[in-house]
Every structure is written in C-alpha cells, then in structure tokens.
Design a protein around this ligand. Structure first.
Ligand SMILES: [Zn+2]
Length: 321
C-alpha cells in the first residue's frame, strides 16, 4: 500500500490547469528529483512518484468529508522528459443529450526509467472546459503490519469519545416529553468485507454510523489494488489509513459477546445486550427491528438494511461503560 510522504519535490509540485473550450491547452510542469531520491527510487519499489489530477471544483469542498475522484482533463496527452506517457483515462460517454459522468481515472506512476536526477519536465495537453489541479506526490510503501500498528497505537478513540459517537448515531436527544424517543438498534458482529467476526473494529473519522468494519480486512482489500479507493465500505466516506479510528466501544462489545452468531441490541444511551437469532419456526418471540431516524443521510446502511430475522431476546443482562 503506497502512502503520500510529507515531503515535497523541489520545483512546482502542483499546477492549476484552466478550463478551455477551444483548442487544446498545453501546460508545463517542472520539478527536481534530488540525486538521493533518484537512487532510492531505483534501488527499491519502496518509493515512487505519482502525478495526480482532480477537478478544481472538487478540491473546494470541505476537507476530510468528501472523497475526491481522480480525474484527468479530457483528451489528456502527456510527455515526461519528452517521452510519450499514456495515462489511464475513462472514455467520455455521450447519451445523445449530455456528457455522462465518467468513472474514476487512475493516477500516473512516473516511470523510474524516464525520471532523471535534477530537473524533469512534464508537458500535458488537454481539451476540457472544466479547470483541474494536478500535483506530484512522492509516495512510500507501507506494509499492512506497519499501518495496523499505526492505526491501533495512534488512532484509537478514547472510551468517552467512542460512547459519544454511539449516542450521536441515534440523533439529537429529545428536549421535551413530546419528542419521539429513538428506539434501540441491532448490529451484527461481522465485518461487511470479510463476513467474518470483527477483530479490530474501525470506521472513518467522518463516518456517522454505528457499524464498524475490520481493519485487517480493509487493509488486505486495499493491498490487492494499485490505487486503493480508501472509502468506507458502509457509507463511502473518505477513509484513508490516517482517517481510520479504532472504536473501543465496539471492541468492548466484542469482548463481552463472544458468540459470533449473536446480534447486539444497542440502546440510545449506549447500553447493549446480546440477542441470538433463532432458526425459523422455532417458536421464539418475533421482534422487528426498529429503524432509527438517520441524520447521516443514508450513512446508516448495513445491519439496518438486512432482512429482519426472527429473534429471541436474551436474558436482560445489559452492559454499559
Ligand atoms: Zn462510513
């Protein structure tokens, strides 16, 4: 998994590309590769230099809450030190009336064989009416073990913050007796990616839902692709490794509810109790999940959208902390 380093290349590391309606516009981006960086790039696959490009309008949105699609200007042609370098670009579809939204393009890894010590030059020509911003990023390879250690040691929520998050997923608390009180919700203990039991429960820092996914499963999925999307599998919020948060509240639930088949009923104040799904026709009392109000705008999908199983409430042993 490659992550951006907090290290900038000398020279112009970013460049604005104004939109143009008429003829293709040409842009020159010059940057220096220090000799030491060049030998590091050649010596191993631990580092690489990527050129990334985004719609300027997407960069204006609030940082951290919106994931930016990587996107080259239409009809991009690119020369790196005079050598034609193809970029991976989705074709622009036309439905007879409108240009249809394109899927995401891939960033460009600058070939180490073409990069040289000292001054390098990229010339990009494109024909796109919308302005873009491109940036050179030096990235370094991190192993799953390194990222797991970083997330667990530096990005674990405090117990009080984790409990506040749980309460917040139920929406604003009623201010007078006439307000509707939020009902309990039921969550599973399985990771939505691996469908196996959660081990290290995490969410993105801007996620507003109660459910978690498993850190190891998430990083393994990311490692299987050259350019991970880094978005929450439950709500699509941005979830780069540095934006992940380990949820100690769910970790506590996992410690106390050891039956993998269990679901857990959670009260608005954060108390929880296990409920065991019963096979159909077993005569257990049938309860329906209550859907909570969803202030996150669809962020609470997951357990709440699953078919409702027949369930039998476990003995009323409630836990809280
Ligand atoms: Zn999410």
């Amino acid at each position: 998994v490659y992550q951006a380093k907090q290290q900038y290349l000398p020279g112009a590391s970013s460049h604005a590309i104004a939109g143009s309606q008429a003829a293709p516009s040409s842009h020159t981006l010059e940057f220096d590769v220090p000799a030491a960086a060049q030998s590091a790039l050649r010596a191993s696959a631990a580092c690489r230099i990527e050129l990334r490009c985004f719609l300027a309008s997407e960069l204006c949105s609030e940082p951290g809450t919106t994931r930016r699609n990587h996107r080259w200007p239409l009809q991009t042609r690119l020369l790196l030190n005079g050598r034609e370098t193809p970029v991976s670009q989705q074709p622009q579809a036309w439905d007879g009336h409108h240009l249809k939204d394109r899927h995401e393009d891939l960033p460009l890894i600058l070939s180490q064989a073409v990069l040289r010590p000292g001054r390098n030059r990229i010339i990009m020509t494109a024909s796109d009416s919308q302005p873009h911003v491109c940036a050179l990023v030096m990235t370094e390879k991190r192993t799953i073990e390194q990222l797991t250690k970083q997330v667990r040691e530096e990005q674990t929520m405090s117990p009080s913050a984790a409990l506040e998050h749980v309460k917040a997923t139920f929406g604003p608390q009623p201010v007078d007796d006439d307000d509707v009180v939020a009902g309990a919700v039921r969550i599973g203990m399985l990771c939505p990616l691996s469908m196996s039991r959660l081990r290290i429960p995490v969410r993105g820092s801007s996620c507003r839902h109660l459910e978690c996914f498993d850190l190891s499963s998430y990083l393994e999925c990311a490692q299987s692709t050259a350019f991970p999307r880094w978005k929450c599998p439950l709500c699509s919020a941005p979830a780069r490794p540095d934006q992940l948060r380990v949820d100690v509240w769910t970790a506590r639930v996992l410690e106390q509810v050891t039956d993998t088949n269990c679901e857990v009923e959670v009260q608005p104040e954060g108390e929880f109790a296990p409920v065991t799904p019963q096979p159909e026709g077993s005569g257990g009392s049938v309860a329906r999940k209550r859907r909570r109000s969803n202030p996150g705008g669809g962020a609470g999908a997951g357990a709440g959208s699953a078919p409702t199983p027949a369930v039998q409430a476990a003995p009323p042993v409630a836990h809280s902390f």
